[in-house]
Design a protein around this ligand. Structure first.
Ligand SMILES: *[C@@H]1O[C@H](CO)[C@@H](O)[C@H](O)[C@H]1NC(C)=O
Length: 228
């Protein structure tokens, strides 16, 4: 039993070695036909190991990073976010910068969860409404206004044209897909007409009445004075 198990183990191990050509162990790298321990993420190799001394590692200098165990002599330069992007997460010694689209932009090229390039959301034309607002990863979706509705391109839904008829107003401009209808002034109605006639009429009657009264009263008073 023991021999069988050790035989199987030997086969698996030798197979493993042959299949991946790994002469070095998992956390080691090969240099000059020798296996050296890798440096941890955030570091790079300063000196390769010797028979007596292990690998010498050094932290990545500023604006460089290494995000995996490695046998590299240099760290990678931190990514600079494109002008269409903003920094979502600053670069650290062990992780690259994470860029994301600016407000009103959406990402069209991604790499490992970071955006490489973004473009501005489309704007809807007059006569269209915003069916679906753009996001960080999708463009705006526009759709046409139909059946007596309008939008100037910035509405989230089409609005029905104002019904001048229903308000008793004349329509001076019929609505379009992109603009509302326009109503004129209310037509002069009976109340306004009667008001504009009756009020001056009353004023005239009062004035005329006063004149007549004054003219009639004067001779009467004069007569009384004469008698005295
Ligand atoms: C559309 O109308 C809204 C509100 O009336 C206004 O704020 C906006 O500037 C208009 N947009 C365009 C493209 O004319």
């Amino acid at each position: 039993m023991f021999t069988l198990r050790s035989t199987i183990l030997t086969i698996i191990i030798s197979l493993n070695y042959e299949l991946c050509f790994c002469r070095c162990a998992h956390a080691e790298y090969e240099i000059d036909e020798q296996c050296c321990p890798m440096c941890a993420p955030g570091n790079h190799v300063l000196r390769h190991c010797t028979d007596h001394i292990s690998t010498t590692c050094a932290p990545c200098p500023s604006l460089t990073f290494s995000d995996e165990p490695n046998g590299l002599m240099k760290c990678f330069p931190c990514t600079l976010c494109d002008a269409s992007l903003r920094v979502n997460k600053e670069c650290s010694r062990s992780s690259d910068t994470v860029c994301g689209p600016l407000e009103r932009f959406y990402c069209i090229e991604k790499n490992k969860g970071s955006c490489r390039f973004a473009v501005k959301h489309s704007e809807c034309s007059p006569g269209q409404y915003i069916k679906q607002a753009g996001t960080g990863s999708t463009d705006t979706v526009c759709a046409d206004c139909t059946g007596g509705t309008y939008s100037n391109g910035s509405f989230s839904s089409c609005l029905p044209h104002t019904k001048c008829d229903a308000m008793g107003l004349p329509e001076t401009n019929p609505g379009t897909q992109s603009s509302d209808s326009e109503c004129g002034n209310p037509p002069a109605n009976l109340a306004t007409i009667s008001l504009s006639v009756i009020v001056p009429l009353i004023i005239i009657i009062i004035i005329v009445g006063l004149c007549v009264f004054t003219i009639r009263y004067r001779p009467f008073r004069r007569r009384v004075i004469t008698i005295n």
